[in-house]
Write a protein that binds this ligand. Sequence first.
Ligand code: ZN
Length: 232
Amino acid sequence: MPAKPTTRAVALTTTLAALATGATIGPLASAQERQAPAAPGLAPAPGPTLVESLPGGTWRTVAERERAEQERLERERARERERAARERAREAMRFPIDEEGEVDYGEAGARFGDNRAGRAHQGQDVFAPAGTPLVAASEAEVVEAGGGEGDGRGNHVALHDERRDRTYVYFHMSGSPRVEVGETVVAGQRVGSVGCTGSCSGDHLHFEIRRGEGADGEALDPLEVMRGWPRG
Ligand SMILES: [Zn+2]
């Protein structure tokens, strides 16, 4: 006649049976109970391994392991989504004037290429009230920042977008630039305010897009490009 199972062995058998059916069980049995030898006459627990050992002599069930793995995968996916969002933000363009409502591109005289006393206008003028925030069109390095009334450009900045190899130039800002040469700005970061310093009549942003790094590269017509940039 088989020996009567010990109380501990009965508890272990009950726990294993509950795990095998997928039932929710209470707190895990202690490691000592798990390691208790099966009583004579009791068959080994059937089915897959239900517990695994962890470093430090602790245990967890397969369900716990799967839950932990699921959580790890979810954390990984969340990190990937954050990384992608950061990358999109870094690649994003922003309209250089942070204002709502219709953009005022002015008349033909405001256009790129307009004849200004024998010299072609190198940018697009965009009209907005003095003090309207001017923001970086993209992630870029500040390559020029300066001005004053003695300078035809007035208070100005030039931002080099290394990703696109373009330099965005802002003229006639009111007040000093809010950024310094060498600084990296992100799209939408405040660089100054609309004004009318330098050779200017009427508050506006004179905006240029230059090929390459610096304000001396080939000037490109900004209008169509700017129209596609999202606004604040
Ligand atoms: Zn202009």
